[in-house]
Every structure is written in C-alpha cells, then in structure tokens.
Design a protein around this ligand. Sequence first.
Ligand SMILES: [Zn+2]
Length: 162
Amino acid sequence: MAATDRNFSGKPVLDEGVNKMNCAKFQNEFDDRLDGRLDPARALEFDAHTAGCPACWPAWQAYRGMWEVVSRQPSVVPSFGFAQRTLRRLHEQAERRFWQLPVFRWATAMSLLIIVGVTGVMVCRQAETSRRVATYAAVQHDRLEDFDVIVSLDSLGGETQL
Ligand SMILES: [Zn+2]
C-alpha cells in the first residue's frame, strides 16, 4: 500500500484526453491482469499506470478487492442428491403455482362474474316470462269469468225470454 502510494504521488499527471483513452484500455485489462494473462511488459505498464492514475487506481483496488473476497470464500459442496431435490422442488412448485398465477385467478374471477351475470339475466328473463304468463293467465281468467257471466246472462236471458 505504501509503495503504491509513493508511486501514485510520484507519477506525473497525464493529459486529460490521452489519460481517459489509456484508462479505458487499462480498465478493460483488469481481468487479464488478475488472471496473469498479460505479458510481462504489459503487466509492468499496467501496474505503473494503475498505480499512478487517480481514475484507475481506486477502480483497480475495488475490482481486485472484490475478487479477493470472492476467492477467499470457502467453496460450498452440495449435499448428496441436492440437484435432484432442487429440481423436484422446482417442479412441484411450478405445478402448485400453476393455478395460483394471477392470470388464472383473474380468469376464474371473470368467469364467475360472467356466469353470475348470465344466470342473473336468465333469472330476470324467467321472472319476466312468468310475470307475463301470470298476467296472461289473469287476463284469460277474467275473460273466462266474463264468458261465464255472458253465458249465464244468456241462459238467464233465455229463461226470461222463454
Ligand atoms: Zn487510468
């Protein structure tokens, strides 16, 4: 840390535009430097630049630090049958959730609404029809009564005439 700090302060500040261009190139090589894929000359250039660049240095530190933390994590070995259990659970969950999807809930709700609506209309029409039938029957009944009256009047009339 102290050595790089000295480099950082000792390096002359480059022209802004050239620096930015260089920075992009060096920042694209973070992975290669980390994995040791840069040739030795380029690795030296890389180290010199990142150590002296106020833009690349914090980025490089953060990147390297992140991968150090990741690499320090102990590798987790899954227990026997983990993959099969996970796949089975995923499958079960997918099956169970098929009817719990909001789309299906909405579809069910809308279907129920339509059924209730259609039933309501049918019941209303049936009520209308039976009301009409009742009215018709009542009218017919009145007519029949009138007819009875007429018949009895006729018979009365016939009697009186006779
Ligand atoms: Zn830079």
